[in-house]
Ligand binder design. Structure first.
Ligand SMILES: Cc1ncc(COP(=O)(O)O)c(C=O)c1O
Length: 446
């Protein structure tokens, strides 16, 4: 390395350290221990382009986690930028409580054509957790509006994750240091998650016992993402859905993570041939541009809320930014672009390539298992006894090699944007392989 390159490196390092210091002085990062944040060489992003992020020092990183599972077309997409600008010049926001806006109507009309929900109606919010919270409350009131007051329980799966608000946390199964909130959680009837090969049979047995007190059953179809990418197959999801709906229990499909092309179809429910009564959308709905989520209700659910003005059948729930026009315009254009660019098929093919590229990774002695459904991939590491924080260390090694990865415990998540190219897939796989070998060698040497 030449003297001037070293100086540039030094300079970049100082710039990055200064931004990290300013960051730690004022920003509180979720799921992050702030006392060590500044020392953990965080990537401070300044801009993005295509499938890459650029930090304050101009270093580029391949965004192999789609910025926490939200980016679909890549960053700063010119066509989506144009749609956002055009909407900005019209209006960014007006309330959906009691009034409407054209952008939200257009989005709902566009989504109506593609969601696997019968005669759907869309209640918009901003985060995935809020979409789940809305679904839980809608299911509760759905029964109440029909004079049924004893259906107050929910069936949810082991290892489930549905968000961090108190209701979504309740249907989730804990972990991630959230057990402390247990006293705030309402109790849920829980059956095993996808790590149990008999999860469907056990869920059906539980349904037989408890179905007449259930307000709803909730599932992440095909992939339990935050559990470390636990996967099941479409037939099992279909069998579960049939069992739930045959017993008259509303089915909530939480597609916050699986929606918008991640599993090989636009929605995982579609792949499974399942038509949920309530569906939760978020994350990729705007291609990762602006916060937006939606709870989709079938006509059977929606109509139970119709009644006299200001009457008790009304759903008394709504968020300030519900149906934000800027977010809705971006989401509509995003969906058009997915189809115009053939990105569902592209992502399905890219997923196969990712699976093949990860074959050498799966063969490493330091890897316990590689699980994948579409582009949603978890590489479970198998650290030797006494070794610690392998997930963290492997991802740190990948980040310093220019591939942004983030672990869930000792599972390295790989979930690139739908727009990922073959060459980029190979880069991810090769970088991950080297990172695992590097960390495994450190623990062998010490
Ligand atoms: C299946 C699922 N549901 C809900 C959520 C919560 O979404 P948000 O973080 O946007 O609140 C997540 C987030 O990872 C998720 O994976």
């Amino acid at each position: 390395m030449s003297g001037s390159e070293q100086a540039t490196d030094q300079n970049q390092h100082e710039i990055a350290a200064e931004w990290a210091r300013r960051d730690a002085a004022v920003v509180w990062h979720g799921f992050t221990q702030m006392s060590v944040y500044e020392d953990s060489t965080p990537v401070i992003v300044e801009r993005g382009e295509g499938n890459y992020l650029y930090d304050t020092g101009g270093r580029r990183y391949l965004d192999a986690i789609s910025s926490l599972w939200v980016i679909t077309l890549g960053h700063a997409d010119p066509d989506l930028n144009r749609a956002a600008r055009e909407q900005l010049d019209r209006i960014s926001h007006s309330t959906l409580l009691g009034n409407g806006n054209t952008a939200a109507i257009s989005l709902a009309e566009t989504l109506r054509e593609v969601v696997p929900v019968t005669d759907p109606h869309f209640l918009f919010a901003s985060d995935g957790a809020a979409a789940v919270e809305q679904a839980i409350k809608i299911a509760f009131q759905y029964w109440h509006n029909q004079g049924v007051t004893n259906r107050t329980a929910y069936l949810a799966l082991g290892q489930a994750y549905h968000g961090d608000s108190v209701g979504s946390l309740s249907v989730g199964d804990g972990g991630f240091g959230t057990d402390l909130f247990d006293p705030l959680r309402f109790s849920v009837i829980r059956t095993p998650g996808y790590d149990d090969p008999d999860w469907v049979a056990k869920a059906v047995a539980t349904l037989d016992e408890h179905h007449d007190r259930l307000a709803a059953a909730v599932i992440e179809p095909l992939v339990q993402g935050a559990a470390g990418m636990l996967v099941t197959n479409p037939d099992q999801v279909a069998a579960f859905a049939d069992a739930v709906q045959a017993r008259g229990v509303p089915l909530i499909c939480d597609e916050v993570a699986t929606g918008f092309g991640r599993t090989g179809a636009l929605f995982a429910s579609e792949l499974c041939g399942v038509r949920p009564d309530l569906m939760c959308l978020g994350k990729g709905i705007t291609g990762g541009y602006v916060p937006l989520s939606a709870t989709v209700a079938s006509s059977g659910v929606y109509e139970a809320f119709l009644g006299e003005d200001l009457g008790p059948r009304t759903f008394y729930h709504g968020h300030s930014y519900s149906g934000n026009a800027l977010a809705c315009a971006v989401a509509t254009r995003h969906l058009e672009l997915i189809f115009e660019r053939g990105l569902i098929d592209h992502a399905a093919a890219a997923a196969e390539r990712l699976g093949a590229a990860l074959t050498p990774v799966a063969a490493l002695p330091a890897v316990r298992e590689v699980r994948r459904r579409g582009l949603m991939t978890g590489v479970e590491l198998g650290p030797p006894a006494g070794a610690s924080r392998w997930g963290r260390r492997v991802c740190a090694a990948a980040v310093s090699a220019g591939v942004l990865l983030r672990p869930l415990g000792d599972v390295v998540v790989v979930m690139p944007p739908l727009s990922i190219t073959d060459a980029e897939i190979d880069t991810i796989a090769e970088t991950l392989l080297s990172a695992i070998e590097e960390v495994a060698a450190e623990d062998t040497l010490t």
